[in-house]
Design a protein around this ligand. Structure first.
Ligand code: SF4
Length: 130
């Protein structure tokens, strides 16, 4: 079986129930762009703060290391990738989402919607060097 390369969706595995149990969290190492409503649900901002000044909000979230950028055209916020890889909200030891109940819509929709719908960059926890 060919090994999974996160950057090459053609190598990904067809998603099946239970796959996540032994996964290293490959999907949480890809760039994640979220909407303002996701950030509000995550509890890192409020509607009022965003209405007040989007510029100040972007500055604060960037300073706190939560986001790495904001695209005006798409109105999407890019979540910071720790060490240039893991999602800001991924626990680097357990490889689990620390905000699972409040996770962004894009995470809820994966892998139904993603680079290769229904396929995952699934990698076994014990096969990844840390
Ligand atoms: S918010 Fe949670 S589910 Fe979404 S990419 Fe980050 S760690 Fe993964």
């Amino acid at each position: 079986m060919t090994s999974v390369d996160i950057d090459r969706p053609s190598t990904w595995r067809l998603y099946r129930n239970g796959m996540c149990d032994h996964c290293w969290g490959g999907c949480c190492t890809m760039p994640v762009e979220v909407r303002l409503l996701d950030l509000i649900r995550l509890g890192v901002t409020t509607e009022d703060e965003a209405k007040n000044s989007l510029k100040k909000l972007v500055k604060r979230l960037s300073k706190e290391g939560i986001i790495s950028g904001y695209r005006h055209g798409t109105e999407l916020f890019m979540l910071t990738q720790k060490n240039g890889r893991d999602c800001f909200f991924l626990d680097s030891k357990t490889r689990r989402c620390t905000v699972y109940e409040k996770r962004p819509d894009v995470c809820r929709q994966f892998p139904d919607i993603g680079p290769r719908p229904s396929f995952c960059p699934m990698t076994h926890k014990d096969s990844v060097s840390k």
